[in-house]
Design a protein around this ligand. Structure first.
Ligand SMILES: Cc1cc2nc3c(=O)[nH]c(=O)nc-3n(C[C@H](O)[C@H](O)[C@H](O)COP(=O)(O)OP(=O)(O)OC[C@H]3O[C@@H](n4cnc5c(N)ncnc54)[C@H](O)[C@@H]3O)c2cc1C
Length: 313
């Protein structure tokens, strides 16, 4: 079957859709508005002396509880671009040096194009016409899978009211990520600190590619209340809280990243594929607040598209 398929978003949901389609012999093009592959599986580079270190300012780790994802993770561990993180049950994993490394390896045989922002999707006879705002051109496809976070996806689905209805049912928590480094690594520093259900403003704090570079995430309550506040105010407030924890150490601020749509608070319910057109949606918002759920959702979208092609034959 020769079909022209577009996937919007090079996060884990987009990559898993494309991989699943490939397993059925269907090629697809993944486009993403960002500079780098990975979406919320992201890493930021900094130079310490002359060496590169990497902050993990999005997802900090992922689980592999489902057999298909476990298989992919085991392959990554074997090929050394994924490693186990900490000593948890169920096991937790990270990209070996960067989070992005995981998706770069996974997508080696896929067709991925960054810095392409899709702004309109319009059905026309049996085709789906898509407008790439970065290139200022329309392109026609047989099918589209759209994976941006639900509120951003909603704006792309004006012509598909039942998918919009699905996308409206969920919600996200924000997360404020602050990246900092230690001039000298303190004695007995662990590689993560879990603040889950503890008083204060943090949920989690962990080293990136080495113990110099750290990312702290503020908890849901603080993030939802403050994500749109002045950046200097946030930087000063969060850094002063970090300094209280590591009061004996010299700490340097690097960057602040505000994720408005970080983790799914309520999943979306309803149609995943339009009843009439070959347009599907995928992402964590359909399955749950983590990397593995987004992977599962991407595979489901690929199956729905394949079934639609089969039934339209
Ligand atoms: C701070 C933070 C911490 C987290 N911690 C964890 C954790 O420890 N463990 C865990 O499992 N999960 C964690 N998560 C959640 C996890 O990162 C997400 O659930 C998962 O990465 C979502 O993947 P996705 O493919 O659905 O979406 P995304 O990764 O958001 O991918 C969507 C992509 O669509 C692109 N896009 C959007 N609009 C357009 C457009 N118009 N045109 C083209 N491209 C577009 C975006 O650039 C993006 O790359 C965390 C998330 C955040 C933000």
């Amino acid at each position: 079957m020769s079909k022209k398929i577009l996937i919007i978003g090079s996060g884990i949901a987009g990559i898993s859709s494309s991989l699943k389609l490939k397993s059925y012999g269907l090629n697809s093009l993944i486009v993403d508005k960002g500079k780098f592959i990975g979406g919320r599986l992201s890493t930021r580079e900094t130079k310490i002396d002359t060496n590169s270190s990497y902050f993990f300012h999005g997802a900090q780790f992922f689980t592999a509880k489902t057999p298909r994802f476990e298989k992919i993770i085991n392959m990554g561990v074997k090929k050394k671009y994924i490693k186990e993180f900490g000593n948890f049950y169920p096991k937790r994993y990270r990209g070996n040096k960067t989070m992005r490394e995981f998706l770069l390896n996974l997508s080696k045989e896929l067709n991925v194009q960054q810095q392409s922002k899709i702004t309109k999707i319009i059905p026309s006879n049996n085709k789906i016409n898509v407008f790439d705002d970065s290139k200022k051109k329309w392109v026609s496809y047989d099918a589209v899978i759209s994976t941006p976070p639900a509120p951003q996806n909603y704006h792309l689905m004006n012509e598909f009211p039942l998918l919009q209805k699905t996308l409206k049912t969920g919600s996200y928590h924000a997360c404020i990520a602050i990246m900092f480094s230690f001039e000298q690594i303190p004695n007995e520093l662990k590689n993560y600190y879990d603040f889950y259900k503890k008083p204060g403003i943090f949920s989690w704090m962990a080293a990136g590619s080495d113990l110099h570079v750290w990312t702290a995430h503020t908890n849901e309550k603080f993030s939802d209340l403050n994500y749109d506040k002045d950046k200097d105010f946030l930087k000063n407030k969060i850094m002063s809280n970090i300094k209280k924890i590591f009061f004996n150490s010299k700490i340097k601020f690097h960057n602040l990243h505000i994720w408005k749509y970080a983790k799914v608070a309520n999943k979306c319910l309803g149609y995943q594929i339009d009843p009439k057109y070959t347009v599907a949606i995928a992402g964590d918002f359909l399955e749950g607040p983590n990397v593995e759920s987004a992977f599962v959702s991407g595979e489901k979208a690929a199956d729905l598209i394949l079934n639609r092609f089969e039934s339209n034959k």
